[in-house]
Design a binder for this molecule. Structure first.
Ligand SMILES: [Zn+2]
Length: 315
């Protein structure tokens, strides 16, 4: 994602990194290949340093992580795989403070790595004798040698084919999706009854429907996702009606000796009142919007995990 101009300029002035490709600050800082990205939704910066220990017996990357964790410099966590050290750092409100926080981490990390004999190369295998390219693998950036880049592609492709070879059972999947959505609907009614925005249950409903489909069918493909979303859309409508009918039932049961079924059937009658129908449709529309917004990323993530779909690029 495109950086805020002040933060980007600050980091580039300090480090000499360049914006390449768009939204990624990359290059060499000191002796190390570095790339930095920003997620504007969470405000989290990811700082990747490609470094591998060389001095025999070599300090493990785990020692590096321990050092950085002890100093609490990356407050959103670290990970390391191969020769790739990744730190996640929460941005601050002011650009200056954000730059200072990022630079404190970067300088401390690079200093530690240099002192302990880490050298920089391909972010996966660590070799230094190959031309490195900045690559993106499912949105994660790293400097990779040509061998590693093609190996990553190969294994992602094998994984995708293995997932594709699984023969799913869509009929069982529909049953699973229905059960999942039903649990979500119950939650919807409960939240509505407690007086909160029932739309919050929409994400839960969508996730449960997808999980239900995946579990029962054995896989989740595009058709499965469409089935789940259609089911969730219908289920939200009914959940909202049930919640609405429960309110009617609660308000009129003693006065008119009605059952829940009577209350449900009376909904159209109640909706003729413009004030009541305004509330009804507001709940429903907010529910749909919240569900759609909250679910989009989750659904994409589940789809990718389930199908092995991937995206790689060499810059
Ligand atoms: Zn490599």
């Amino acid at each position: 994602m495109k950086w805020k101009a002040k933060v980007q300029q600050g980091i580039m002035n300090y480090t000499g990194l360049q914006e390449y490709p768009e939204g990624v600050l990359s290059g060499r800082y000191g002796d190390y290949f570095v790339n930095m990205t920003w997620d504007g939704t969470t405000g989290i910066y990811t700082v990747v340093i490609d470094a591998v220990p060389t001095v025999p017996p070599g300090l493990p990357a785990q020692a590096f992580l321990g050092q950085m964790a002890a100093q609490k410099l990356a407050d959103r966590g670290y990970s390391c795989t191969g020769a790739h050290l990744s730190a996640r750092i929460q941005g601050k409100n002011s650009a200056d403070k954000t730059v200072a926080k990022l630079m404190t981490y970067l300088d401390t990390a690079v200093h530690y790595l240099a002192e302990n004999g880490f050298i920089s190369g391909c972010g996966s295998c660590g070799r230094q004798d190959a031309a490195l390219n900045l690559c993106s693998v499912n949105g994660e950036m790293d400097f990779l040698c040509p061998d590693c880049f093609s190996r990553v592609n190969q294994s992602l492709e094998l994984n995708r084919q293995a997932k594709k070879a699984v023969k799913g059972n869509p009929v069982a999947g529909i049953v699973g999706a229905f059960l999942g959505a039903l649990i979500g609907a119950a939650l919807w009614v409960l939240i509505y009854h407690l007086g909160y925005i029932a739309g919050l249950a929409g994400l839960v409903m969508a996730v449960l429907a997808l999980k239900g489909y995946e579990k029962f069918a054995g896989n989740l493909n595009v058709i499965g996702i469409i089935v789940c979303l259609a089911m969730v859309a219908v289920m939200i409508y009914f959940a909202n009606n049930v919640a609405f009918a429960l309110e009617i039932y609660g308000a009129y049961k003693t006065e008119f000796d009605i059952g829940f079924g009577d209350a449900y059937r009376a909904i159209p009658e109640f909706l003729k009142d413009s004030e009541i129908s305004a509330v009804y449709y507001k709940d429903l529309i907010i529910g749909y919007i919240l569900t759609a917004v909250a679910s989009a990323g989750t659904i994409y993530g589940m789809f990718r995990a389930s199908t092995g779909a991937y995206k790689t690029k060499k810059f």
